[in-house]
Each structure stands twice: as C-alpha cells, then as structure tokens.
Design a protein around this ligand. Structure first.
Ligand SMILES: CC(C)(COP(=O)(O)OP(=O)(O)OC[C@H]1O[C@@H](n2cnc3c(N)ncnc32)[C@H](O)[C@@H]1OP(=O)(O)O)[C@@H](O)C(=O)NCCC(=O)NCCS
Length: 170
C-alpha cells in the first residue's frame, strides 16, 4: 500500500518496505500509549465477523504542525488501491467518529486534504463533515508553489454528529 504511487499521490513520497515497517511500528506504539491512533482496517471474511485481510488504516491523530485551527484532533485514512470504491473508509471513519464523540468525549474532529484529493474530500462529505471555503489553508510543511499546498478543512462537531445519528436512526 505505502509503495503504491496512486495511494501515495498526495503524500511527499512512497515508502520503502523498511520505512513502511517503521511507520507500522510507530502506529502500534502510539496505540499502546494513547486511547487513539490509526487502526488497521480488515474485511470480515464471514458472517460471524472473523478477521480477514488487511486493507489499510483509518484513525485519529493530533497534527504536529501549526495552523489557525491547531491544536486539534484530525481523522484520516489510507486504503490499498484494490479496496477503494466499496465504502470501507467511510464505514471505518463512522465508527471512529462515534468513538471520538462518545468515548473520548471530544467536542470536535477535523480533517484536511489537498484540494485535488477528490476521493478524500468525498469521504469527508459522505461523513457529513462541513467545510467553509474561507478556512482553506496553505499546509505549513509545503512550499506555496507545491500543487499539494492548498488544503481544504472539514469539521465535525459533537452536536452535528449527535443530530446526524438521530437522523440516521429515525
Ligand atoms: C481516500 C480513500 C481512503 C477513499 O477511499 P474510497 O474507497 O473512495 O472511499 P469510501 O470508503 O468512502 O468509498 C466510497 C466509494 O465506495 C462506494 N460505496 C459502495 N458501498 C458504499 C457504502 N456502503 N458506503 C459508502 N460508499 C460506498 C461509493 O459509491 C464510492 O464509490 P466511487 O469510488 O465510485 O465514488 C482512498 O482513495 C485512499 O486511500 N487514498 C489514498 C490515501 C489518501 O489520499 N488519504 C488521504 C490523505 S489526506
């Protein structure tokens, strides 16, 4: 997944096997130390929900860069290419937002992505997150001439999430 140029199109580069293993270790350590992080997404391979194949990760992180809206909690996702188009990112992110608001008791979760990352923008919209174009921003770690620099910011509040859940249940 991390070596696939299509998956990593909106990252600075693809990862080697060693870099990918280091990332997986860091993610694992993070989950042992905190009550949030990136969780592996696996497809249940039978009706009993037994674990099947690994398809990617979805989770929560605190950006380590500065922007007008930081510090904050961000939700993000990465799936391997053959598993795009089935709703897996949206399904996993829905569970994670429920966890963020009901268990972690956060008041807001944000998400950001380059303006050109239409698939990621579509996940944010499917989740019901809201965007104000005036909150679009230049990512502080990227040069302003970089085509990935301009980012959209989406927000989900605990209140909006609770109302959305009520709508779904009614
Ligand atoms: C961003 C990314 C996770 C989106 O994956 P995705 O599969 O397109 O997103 P979803 O899980 O929401 O699936 C939506 C698709 O599944 C379809 N779908 C099928 N069943 C569905 C369901 N029950 N619910 C929602 N969508 C469903 C939708 O119609 C949509 O299809 P489309 O691709 O034809 O538009 C994926 O493209 C990716 O990993 N990209 C690389 C990493 C990346 O850019 N991460 C973000 C960095 S900021």
């Amino acid at each position: 997944m991390n070596a696939d140029p299509r998956v990593m199109e909106y990252e600075s580069s693809t990862l080697s096997a060693d870099q990918s293993d280091l990332l997986a270790e860091a993610i694992q350590l993070g989950l042992e130390e905190r009550d949030y992080g990136f969780w592996a997404v696996q497809i249940c391979d039978d009706a009993q929900g037994n674990e099947g194949s690994f398809v990617g990760f979805v989770g929560l992180s605190v950006p380590i860069w500065d922007a007008a809206f930081t510090p904050c909690m961000e939700i993000g996702w990465r799936l391997s290419r053959p598993h795009w188009g089935f709703g897996y990112a949206t399904e996993a992110a829905t569970q994670i937002l429920e966890y963020a608001f009901k268990v972690l008791r956060l008041s807001e979760v944000l998400s950001s992505t380059p303006l050109s990352n239409s698939r990621s923008l579509a996940v944010m919209q499917r989740l019901g997150m809201t965007r104000e174009e005036r909150e679009d921003f230049n990512h502080p770690n990227l040069d302003s001439s970089d085509s990935l620099c301009r980012h959209a910011l989406f927000r989900m509040s605990d209140q909006l999430w609770a109302n959305r859940y009520k709508e779904v249940q009614n």
